[in-house]
Design a protein around this ligand. Sequence first.
Ligand code: SF4
Length: 215
Amino acid sequence: MEDFPEKGAKLQRDGTYALIPHVPGGLITPEELSHLAQVALKYKAWLKITSQQRIALIGIKKEDIDKVWDDLDMKVGGLNGPCVKAARFCPGKAYCQKGERDTLKIGMDINEKFLGISTPNKVKIGISGCHNSCADSALRDIGLIGTRKGWKMMVGGSGGRKPRIGSLLIKDLNDEEALSLVRKVIDYYKVQDTPWRLGLLIEKEGWLGFIKVLD
Ligand code: SF4
């Protein structure tokens, strides 16, 4: 028994599979949610809200994997391997009273442009509408935090076994500037010959090469 990454299927302890459709930023319409629930009912699966703002179908039999994806008619969300993962973003200015910036627009744009790009190690992106940082921006490889003057960008953060707080790269960016800099950071990282995540790479090799990203 094994994972089927190309089918977005992860083997579970009991021999069944977890499938995770793409739910950008955790935003889903009532109709989409109802459809997801109907598919889960049909295949007798559980639904699990994940820490990455997705909804996993758990308990899928191996022989049902293709049929479930056909019924769902959704993109695969839990991308395996070293690549840019789906950005995590909070509700931001559109819904949250504390929000200083529109996280939904830039989060969707970032997903659309960079999701799945191959990189030396995984790249997680967190976008928070204010300093409360509900999307854990300081613990992501690339983190954006909304302020009254614009976006603050942090790089090199990570959670997990060896948590690392990202370093402040620049602040007061407008949406276009932030998007462009996210692209530059990913472009820089994807051609590096390294097994390390971005934060460790900067730590080991210093800021000099990386800082050229800002030019
Ligand atoms: S980070 Fe700020 S804007 Fe986003 S949900 Fe938290 S409090 Fe609201």
